[in-house]
Design a protein around this ligand. Sequence first.
Ligand SMILES: Nc1ncnc2c1ncn2[C@@H]1O[C@H](COP(=O)(O)OP(=O)(O)OP(=O)(O)O)[C@@H](O)[C@H]1O
Length: 819
Amino acid sequence: MADDGMLLNFEIGDAPLVSQVKFKGGRWRDRVKANKSAKVASQGGPDPAAKPRAPYDPHRPAKRPRANEDGGDHRPAKLPRTNDIPWVPTHAMKTGLVSSSLFTSIPNVVTKFDEGEPAEPAEPAKPSNAPLGEEAENFHTLGLSRRVAQHLATKLEMKAPTSIQKNTISQLINDDSDAFLQAETGSGKTLAYLLPIVHRIMKLSTNEDGTPKKDAKVHRNSGLFAIILAPTRELCKQIAVVLEKVLRCAPWLVCTTVIGGESKHSEKARIRKGVNILVATPGRLTDHLDNTKVLDVGTVRWLVLDEGDRMMEMGFEDDIKTIVGKIRADKLATKNSEGLVLDGVLPKRRVTVLCSATMKMNVQKLGEISLEDAVHITASKSDMEKDAAENSGSTESAFTAPAQLKQSSIIVPAKLRLVTLIALLKATFARKGSVMKAIIFISCADSVDFHYEILKDTAVIEPPSPPPSEEDGTPAKKADIHIETTVAPAAYITSPANTKVMLHRLHGSLAQPVRSATLKSFSECKDPAVLITTDISSRGLDVPAVDLVIEYDPAFAAPDHVHRIGRTARAGRSGKAVLFLLPGSEEGYTSILPSSSTITPQLYESVLQKGLATNVNLPASSQTDDADTESNKRETWTTRAEALQLHFEQRLLAPAPGSEDAEEGPKSGHHKSKFSKTGGKSHKQQQQVKKDNPLLDAGRQAFRSHIRAYATHVREERVYFDMTQLHLGHMAKAFGLREAPGGIGSGISRRTHKFTPAGNGQKGAAGGGGGGAKASSGGSGKSKFDEDEFGQVDEDAARRMKAKMRMLSMNSASEFNLG
Ligand SMILES: Nc1ncnc2c1ncn2[C@@H]1O[C@H](COP(=O)(O)OP(=O)(O)OP(=O)(O)O)[C@@H](O)[C@H]1O
């Protein structure tokens, strides 16, 4: 059986390596080697003059100890000991395996930490996006009819408006000016613009008290009164769901979506049946305006542009210009086709409402395209906040995270990232009910896929059985089929209190039905749940029970960070956000983040200590019989971290399913993959002997895409995310790899300033080579960067984006893999 390339390391306990350590005992060659390694480690890394290592090849047999080579002495070489530090064998070593050197050559941490626990603020911050007190405000006093106010209170459990709702509802009911809405995440902007629109349309057919008028009948064919544009299908669907809930108090009114993902024919059919409020993506609406004759915009009084900055970033400028132009060009009808007088009740002019959390340049441009003499509506601020905003002279000051959101950063060396993530999640789900839902943001789709695969319980790794037929009487539910590959129980992070934690993965490369079903599953999951995702989920996603957001990879631009962490602490609820940073230049990143509260730094050690205070629950298929032996109980968090890392590395090195080695069973004896339970060898299987474990392929691909994504941080922030500082060998460990794989390539393009998924970057080049060295500049190659990280756009828009990307930079197009 081939050796699997394991490295021989020497465990010296928790103490740092110092150059004075002298290894004694054992054979002299091993002693010389050990002393040399200790010297190199104490000097902070390998000798640059040393001969470079050959590229990693999992099939290359590792060098065996000479005792075995010469055929003489087949006893394993004696492990060297030190007199200075007592040698404690790790679990891995005891089982004949090799420990993974996790705690050596760790870069210096810049942040100064106070001794002891970080001081908790005396009083938790007052929520800044919560509904106002009922006694102060209610929806009826703002001008909404009793019927709507009552419906909100009884059916939607919303008794009082939030600050932005208070300021927007009365404005849009009493005034026909255009409006620019700007408020922090989770402050209820959706209802802020929907409620006055629904209220005024309802007034066409209701009396002051909300009872239906006898003479004026409004129904789905009475005209299209409002169009709401949002950048992604997910957001459109979410807005439509909220709108449908509101419209239950006026069931004679109808809303629908035109967002692509289904045939234009069926969208046309719905428009033909009649619709009063339309929710659409810009590309799809442009298409219908060109080709769907029954779409009459003569009666349209409101055009809402939700997530305006995002629509601009996604290249919808031309579509929006077309839409605004076509609606304005159509003469405003004062009566509908049935002679119902619209003026007086509905606005006398066409009103455009632009919503954006930020006031970036592109939003100002969008304002120029779409708004005329607009009123700027923000949430009421405390006097102190107003003063601060005025003094800073910044319009961006409105865009901070909710005040009650507790933010922290964890400074983690690259090679400890994976085990620290597991420790954090394990501690998070240690107590029942404390955290129900967590979102982990990762930079690219490949990395999302890898982390999902590595974290899920391998007991469910078998290919899904085909759905039972109707004849069985138990047809599989459609939604279940869609989530077979994106939802699974997690291993490692469960606890006796939470024996089931459901893992979800979501990114733009998944088919639309899969994405919708996965999001639904995460939202409705009754068990604790984790969503591993790209920035596709950073905008607008509203899952109220999200208690924790982990930015495992920092956002590509600071505003994206605020959107990501804004998925928790919504509508006055509490929430936590944790940001992973590498020691060194990344530590300075927190100084530029817009924050309404301090970001408390922590060191990885405290997270590991807490999370790995007890044994980790390995996947069902990897459980060992000696899981709770006395010696295991004596393990420390460092040995647990090492054993866990080793376990991951072995999972990646396990033979591929159907390969020759798999027939013989796993080499380690530690990980009993279900893959090994194959039957007799077929011809095809014999051909697969050399095939890599799919998890190894996934790890390598994820690593490559991660490194490429790292190079796409916006130019202004690259001082914190410096490719040349990245230690690829250490980062490889975070992907369960023993060395950085080659093939990162050259010519890595950074995101462009003008047109990028997140929108703010500048073109540039940096990159990395393979091997264990730091990243070097210059590189190219194809990455499976999330091809649609910002949400599913309709096909036409995607085509235009691809063309635009190609025009802007022939080199960078492939990086985003839009094809
Ligand atoms: N008046 C209210 N009372 C209680 N909950 C509310 C109220 N208004 C809105 N919410 C809830 O607040 C949450 C956030 O609302 P919404 O998605 O509209 O926020 P947003 O400002 O658009 O956030 P983002 O900028 O992140 O998209 C939703 O779950 C919504 O149901």
